[in-house]
Design a protein. Sequence first.
Length: 163
Amino acid sequence: MFLLKSLLKANIYCVCFVAFISGCASTSEPTKPNNPITVHATSFTDTNKAKIEKQQKSVGYIKDGTYLTFEQVQLGEEKNSIEIAAATPTQGGTVEVRLGDSQGEIIANLKINKTGKWYNWQTFSGRLNKPIKGQQKITLVFTSGKNWLFNIQSITFKNSPGN
């Protein structure tokens, strides 16, 4: 603390990313402008039913009504599209991407289709209804009339051309 005050008095400036010291938990890495931001599914901060599949470093046991919340996702500059890496031998289902909690504003809907196996990963892409940026709380809500839906490995936010 004394060294930092001394450096500031000497007009030396430094920028530090100190999420742990400030008491914040970050689920994504700091970003450069317009770089894609990938959030690993296992870094969720809240769920009602899902479980981490440690061997595959993914989230499974997803049923209709399951949600995953990611607090403090650091998006940096504006993002207008999303990609989800998912796998399923079933008919899949839909991912509602929401701002805030499981009742928040829906900013995207992505259909996850059959990939053949529980760990046969494919990327499913879609546009966000509106661009988002900065620090956000994102919740994925999974819907379908079926039992087991799919496994999720990662979520990527991008700034894609044409929006």
